[in-house]
Design a protein around this ligand. Structure first.
Ligand code: FMN
Length: 288
């Protein structure tokens, strides 16, 4: 009786609900996809970035983080002849031009001392106001590598199937990559590079880390060249949407954010790499 009398009202309300729900889902997932495609970040990661820029609790007491009267010492410098400069720079280019990202690793272990030297070298990088805003988490235990693999593969499956979209996954096809990442357990070591957005001084005051992401990018470039000069190979990666879970797994503080993850070690005997060509000098340089 009630339905017979009011069916057209009920149908209108139901239709309205379904339409608004459909619009909500369309806007929400459309927004997620646009964020991932254009910013290479998921909404979770964007929220994390916003937290990072919240520095309201920094006290403006104008006491520098380093001693105000920091001593300046003579710079030790050995000037090369022009001939030596040409030779050295060319030799270094030829050497660095042989670096490749490798995706198949041997499980042969690497001496710990080599790993420590590589990380020490990365730590020589320049940083905004010498804040050294980096933590290099070195993982060699199989148990921890397995946990990291689980987190990354489950997120990457969603990334490939839902978040990255058609254009991105199509561009990745020549690399023959997918969400299965055997190297996360076969490589003898993983290095997770965290940027530190801030730290605390000895007096408990918050110390801001200026240009932390740029500094970490430079240090990681140095890390990659240290791996190469040590006769090892690596694969730099930025596991999308895995940062918070990996940070929790490794018990890193909220002031840190995962920027890169690199497996490193020896290449597997049957390793192959995509036949990529690098741009020539005239294509990467504008001379004024
Ligand atoms: C920021 C960044 C993220 C990357 N992420 C991945 C990744 O998730 N998976 C992968 O297989 N390669 C990744 N790569 C490696 C690139 O695919 C590789 O550097 C590029 O194809 C050039 O090859 P090359 O390193 O051998 O010169 C990444 C590289 C960079 C710089």
């Amino acid at each position: 009786m009630f339905f017979e009398l009011y069916w057209h009202y009920i149908a209108t309300v139901l239709l309205g609900y379904l339409l608004s729900r459909g619009l909500y889902v369309y806007l929400k997932y459309g927004k997620i996809k646009r964020n991932v495609i254009h910013n290479f970040k998921t909404p979770d990661e964007i929220a994390e970035d916003n937290e990072e820029n919240d520095n309201d609790d920094v006290e403006e007491d104008c006491i520098p983080a380093l001693p105000k009267n920091l001593k300046h010492i003579p710079f030790v410098y050995n000037r090369l002849s022009e001939e030596e400069m040409k030779n050295e720079s060319d030799k270094y280019f030829q050497f660095m031009n042989k670096r490749r990202s490798v995706r198949n690793f041997s499980s042969d272990p690497v001496p710990k001392e080599v790993l420590y030297n590589i990380i020490k070298t990365a730590g020589t990088g320049p940083s905004g106001a010498h804040t050294e805003p980096w933590t290099f988490a070195l993982i060699t235990s199989l148990n921890m590598k397995q946990k990291i693999k689980e987190i990354i593969e489950s997120e990457e499956e969603i990334n490939y199937k839902k978040r990255m979209g058609k254009i991105w996954t199509t561009d990745l096809k020549p690399f023959k990559t997918n969400w299965v990442k055997e190297y996360l357990t076969t490589a003898p070591a993983l290095i997770l590079v965290f940027k530190q957005m801030y730290s605390f001084r000895d007096d408990g005051k918050k110390k801001l880390h200026y240009y932390n992401e740029q500094s970490v990018g430079i240090a990681t470039g140095i890390l990659i060249s240290a791996i190469h000069v040590s006769g090892l190979v690596s694969l730099i990666s930025t596991p999308l949407n895995c940062g918070p879970s990996l940070r929790t797994l490794l018990n890193r503080p909220n002031s840190e954010k995962l920027i890169y993850l690199l497996p490193l070690g020896y290449p597997a005997d049957d390793s192959t790499v995509p036949d990529l060509k690098r741009k020539d000098l005239q294509d990467i340089m504008e001379e004024y």
